[in-house]
Ligand binder design. Structure first.
Ligand SMILES: Nc1ncnc2c1ncn2[C@@H]1O[C@H](COP(=O)(O)OP(=O)(O)O)[C@@H](O)[C@H]1O
Ligand SMILES: [Mg+2]
Length: 255
């Protein structure tokens, strides 16, 4: 299968701290991947480098055969690289539908060519509304479209965040800790959603809840001090001696 995204020697320094250290990474289109690692091991920074929210100190990122190392984040979103954020970040005062449409248009307009003629903008907006509706149905929130975002449960807010990303029709979906702060019931719902999306989108999921993550992904990578120390099918990763030592040996736990 075709390689969709790859990084070579990807490195990010924050002053003297090397948060991501020479990461070589490669994923194929249509598969679902997982990334684990102790707190502070560089997982979110790695996503920031893939999505363009941070510039690497050195190394390269390629998407769909193109070098996107210096491509701005909004352009990458337009190319199909979309990410959710770790914190629930939807606007509280709006309805679910307003929130979705506003967020989607904001993302999309920033990735449109500047001088798009009016009639194209209008057509794009109509298509965007359709994409929003489809995304809302996909995550199971269509019945709550008119509700104020304030009354949504934390789990529903997470679904709304995922709907915002899906409405952008990404090719690659980057999910940073989608289960954080959710109840087991809500986690089950998000897991079903991720499973229903697998094959339709390529997904990379950062997650602390390893026992849940391994049921979703085909390949698991472990970051430790900014380096990938193991990348394999989940069963092999969990048996890897170095992973067991640096991860569970530090009392991180496997929940
Ligand atoms: N913007 C930043 N400025 C300075 N240090 C940062 C910044 N972002 C992350 N770091 C540091 O980089 C390291 C990796 O952080 P992060 O990527 O958030 O880890 P993880 O997501 O695996 O918990 C941590 O030591 C963190 O404090
Ligand atoms: Mg993180």
């Amino acid at each position: 299968m075709a390689v969709l995204l790859e990084s070579q020697g990807l490195t990010k320094n924050f002053g003297k701290l090397r948060a991501v250290n020479g990461v070589d990474y490669s994923i194929e289109e249509g598969k679902t991947y997982g990334i684990i690692g102790p707190n502070g091991s560089g997982k979110t920074t790695f996503f920031n480098l893939l999505s363009g929210f941070h510039q690497p100190s050195s190394g390269q990122v390629r998407f769909d055969g193109k070098d996107i190392t210096n491509t701005e984040s909004f352009v990458r979103t337009g190319m199909g690289v979309a990410r959710t954020f770790q914190l629930v970040s939807v606007f509280e005062s709006l309805s679910v539908w307003e929130n979705l449409v506003l967020s989607t248009l904001r993302f999309k307009q920033s990735s449109y060519p500047r001088a798009l003629p009016f009639f194209f903008r209008k057509a794009n907006q109509e298509e965007s509304l359709e994409d929003c509706f489809t995304a809302l149905e996909t995550v199971g929130l269509a019945g709550k479209a008119e509700k104020p975002t304030t009354v949504l449960s934390y789990g529903d807010k997470r679904l709304l965040e995922i709907a915002i990303v899906l409405s952008l029709k990404p090719r690659l979906l980057l999910l940073d800790e989608p289960f954080a702060g959710l109840s087991d019931y809500e986690i089950g719902f998000i897991m079903e959603l991720i499973q229903s999306l697998s094959g339709k989108f390529t997904q990379i999921i950062i997650e602390h809840k390893i026992s849940k993550l391994i049921t979703l992904v085909e390949k698991l990578s472990v970051l430790h001090n900014g380096s990938i120390i193991c990348a394999d099918v989940p069963e092999a990763v969990l048996e890897n001696a170095e992973v067991r030592n640096v991860y569970w040996g530090r009392g991180a736990g496997c929940d």
